[in-house]
Design a protein around this ligand. Structure first.
Ligand code: MN
Length: 274
């Protein structure tokens, strides 16, 4: 297992208007140094842009710090730009799919995962399920050609009515015969939706392509009432060799969230160092 931390304009280490101005780039480079200092080997980003110059600058900054790009989240495509896989307006939907395809091509060069989370949107209309499946199939095809793994996230009911549980996600993957897509399990969402976190991990472990950790209150692990260490031990026992990304709220603040998560991982011997 490899450990990374989310840096974004939303969850994780929060940098407002990330990659939209020079000062946010400078702050990003400083966060990369901080990640390295505390033992992380990767960073997870949330992107809605697909400007090749900006993307290569981001990749160069990560490599320059000796880190890896673990994963690219795509939720901002919906949250900031209002584009989604289930928008009944076909132009809107196609634009969302096209940006994700561009990000898949970018991720291929960095050997990173691409996350399909909130880009699905929040539509509860009947047609949404078909549109979602169609969009996923399109992205899976490109991911397969590019040898990129997609991670389709089970997201709790308060954020979207679409694909709330690991079983929901597994069903779509199997029905649509998606070959490049696996499941993203997130301890925060699972705590709301699953009967048992450990049983869910056990049942679906062969399909897991990415894993998010946060405590029950989405603070760093160790703050709430989840036993995140037990989930990680189990994943290790089951042979999971992918990324574990901390996707916490920036609480108590940006830097402390990153440091406290690293301390938790070291206390339980998942990360080296003191
Ligand atoms: Mn997540």
């Amino acid at each position: 297992m490899h450990f990374s931390f989310v840096v974004s304009g939303g969850l994780g280490y929060h940098i407002p208007n990330l990659f939209e101005n020079e000062s946010s780039f400078t702050e990003f480079e400083n966060v990369l140094k901080l990640l390295r200092k505390h033992g992380y080997i990767g960073v997870e980003l949330n992107l809605s842009l697909h400007n090749p110059q900006v993307l290569s600058r981001i990749a160069a900054a990560i490599r320059g710090e000796g880190l890896r790009l673990a994963a690219v989240g795509t939720g901002l495509i919906y949250r900031e730009r209002g584009l989604s896989f289930t928008n009944p307006d076909s132009k809107n939907r196609q634009e969302a799919v096209d940006i994700v395809k561009e990000l898949i091509r970018f991720a291929a060069g960095e050997r990173a995962i691409v996350i399909i989370g909130m880009v699905r949107g929040t539509s509860s209309e009947e047609v949404a399920v078909d549109l979602l499946r169609q969009s996923l199939a399109e992205c899976d095809k490109v991911a397969s050609e590019c040898k990129v793994s997609l991670a389709l996230e089970a997201i709790n009911r308060y954020e979207t009515p679409l694909l709330n549980t690991a079983a929901d996600v597994a069903e779509v993957i199997q029905d649509e015969r998606l070959t490049a897509t696996g499941i993203l399990l997130d301890s925060f969402h699972m705590n709301i939706e699953e009967q048992s976190l450990e049983e869910t991990i056990r049942k679906y472990h062969k399909m897991i392509t990415h894993y998010h950790i946060a405590d029950s209150d989405r603070w760093p692990p160790g703050h709430g009432h989840l036993k995140v260490e037990n989930q990680l031990t189990l994943l290790g026992e089951l042979g999971y060799g992918g990324w574990i990304s901390a996707e916490t709220l920036p609480k108590p603040d940006n830097e402390e969230a990153l440091i406290q998560t690293a301390r938790f991982l070291k206390r339980h011997n998942f990360l080296r160092g003191s």
